[in-house]
Design a protein around this ligand. Structure first.
Ligand SMILES: [Fe+2]
Length: 509
């Protein structure tokens, strides 16, 4: 977590992660009109806990191939043992612009404890395991058994909220798609505190995507949750004042990996893509998540205030997988979706990327869904390999011109698209960056769409150090406006900028 501002402190931190190998007790002390459950973990160390620890060690000893590489636990992914306290005097090359006041946050899965085995980068301390073959079946079953015997209390979810952050209704939320949101508070010195689990007064009973969308015109938040049981997806609308409306089932044929979605002024767009959860695969020594190359990619367009799914229009496009959308809007009879698109999921694993450093096959696409004739079309807007598309968030749901994407590969950077490539900021060899955040040069003031800064974390594999880069979004100049040097920050997922106004609003909560 980094606070950006001319005299502000900084530190790296792990918000909201908790040790899930211990029993977790959550008190019923409710705050904020009963919307937030305060978290008070009380690990149990009884006989049942010891039994499962021994059983797990036995399974790992008998089944785990110790020669198997653990690429998610070394280099940029290496567990960070010590938290760094807030540091007020970081070295800044260049200058932090006058209007750039707030706090830059990054969230990721870096584990606090070294996992026993069967670890995947996405897990954090969640201990979901890599879930492949019989070993995955057994380690996954340990999680279920611990919860059945109350060694692990999953009453309020079992995810890790390690994927993304957002801010709505005066609350900063840490999100993971297999859990409910966790409310965080930013303290005076820039540090983070977990306030509790947000269940909207018991109205939220299913997982909550890591990529909800906020319409800046209405202040409403739109979200969904993917589940392993029918209807497999549920859509929700949350009003400006934080009230969660009734669930809208989105019925799919089987459990589906749906990481993101999109909204327009009048519609919500769901992606039923052929990456499916198939638990039976574990028995036949395959992976839990299976990409079915025989199936089409389906896109569902639903009027965004529908109370049921009867008005959903489904469209088909060639087989693909999508992690992240950029934005969507309406253009006459058509709904337009700008998104990064993977031809297949082959290039998604770290092992593959180590062997093929330039092999992440993700491109920017424009997709169009005609609400009148039911036809869909798509066209490629970029070459490989770009991911984490971001726009000026004020334009979410409305037509925007510019998309900023991260270059995935041995030499990272940011590309600005606007019809064609408008600028490329390229890092030096050996430097990588995560997703970028667009921050308006004067938040809250109307200005040109690209009048602002792109801010992103950079990792230097040559020195092991990290930094934050601030670049000019309008010019995409190769000279950063500012480079803030940091202690080592492990590789994370998504970044978020909390504005000064949002910081002030949260103190009223
Ligand atoms: Fe994501």
């Amino acid at each position: 977590m980094v606070r950006c501002g001319s005299s502000s402190p900084a530190r790296s931190s792990q918000p909201a992660n908790r040790n899930q190998q211990s029993a977790t007790a959550i008190s019923t002390d409710r705050s904020r009109e009963g919307r937030i459950l305060s978290v008070d973990p009380k690990p149990k160390k009884g006989n049942a806990s010891q039994f499962f620890d021994v059983l797990e060690k036995l399974i790992v000893k008998l089944m785990r191939d110790s020669q198997q590489p653990r690429e998610y636990l070394s280099g940029l992914f290496e567990p960070l043992r010590e938290e760094t306290p807030p540091q007020p005097n970081l070295c800044i090359k260049g200058y932090l612009p006058e209007g750039l006041n707030g706090e830059l946050l990054m969230i990721g899965p870096n584990p606090k404890f070294t996992p026993v085995a069967g670890y995947h980068w996405y897990d954090g301390d969640g201990y979901i395991g890599d879930l492949e073959g019989l070993f995955g079946l057994f380690t996954g079953s340990m999680h279920f058994l611990r919860s059945i015997f109350k060694v692990l209390d999953v009453s309020y979810g079992w995810g890790t909220s390690n994927t993304n952050l957002t801010y709505h209704h005066g609350e900063l939320l840490a999100l993971g798609e297999n859990d409910k949101p966790y409310v965080l508070r930013i303290l005076e010195d820039g540090d983070l505190q977990t306030v509790g689990v947000l269940d909207y007064g018991k109205r939220l009973e299913h997982p909550f995507t890591a990529h909800p969308k906020i319409d800046s015109f209405t202040g409403k938040m739109f979200t969904f949750g993917s589940q392993l049981t029918p209807p497999y997806c549920t859509y929700r609308v949350i009003s400006r004042d934080g009230f969660m409306h009734d669930p809208v089932p989105i019925t799919l044929s089987e459990p589906t990996m749906m990481h993101d979605f999109a909204i327009t002024e009048n519609f919500a767009i769901f992606m039923d893509l052929p990456l499916k959860f198939r638990p039976k695969n574990l028995v036949i020594r395959e992976e839990l998540l299976a990409f079915d190359a025989t199936k089409k990619a389906r896109f569902g367009v639903l009027p965004r205030y529908s109370t049921d799914e009867h008005n959903m229009r489904w469209f088909e496009l060639p087989n693909c997988f999508i992690f992240h959308t950029a934005n969507a809007w309406e253009d006459g009879d058509e709904v337009v979706l700008i998104t990064c698109r993977l031809e297949s999921t082959d290039s998604m694993s770290i092992a593959y990327l180590i062997a093929n450093p330039f092999g992440y096959k993700s491109e920017l696409y424009e997709m169009r869904f005609n609400m009148k004739n039911g036809l869909a079309s798509q066209k490629k807007l970029s070459v490989s390999s770009v991911e984490f598309p971001r726009v000026n968030d004020i334009y979410i749901g409305r037509k925007q011109r510019f998309v900023y994407t991260t270059i995935i590969g041995k030499r990272g950077g940011i590309i600005k698209f606007g019809g064609n490539i408008k600028g490329i900021f390229k890092l030096e060899p050996g430097k990588y960056c995560g997703d970028t955040v667009f921050v308006s040069s004067e938040p809250g003031v109307t200005c040109e769409e690209d009048d602002g800064y792109l801010i992103f974390f950079v990792y230097d594999e040559n020195t092991g150090k990290s930094m934050v880069n601030v670049i000019d979004a309008k010019t995409m100049s190769c000279d950063p406006v500012a480079v803030v040097e940091l202690p080592h920050v492990p590789f994370g997922f998504h970044s978020f900028f909390v504005t000064e106004e949002q910081l002030r609003a949260q103190t009223k909560v």
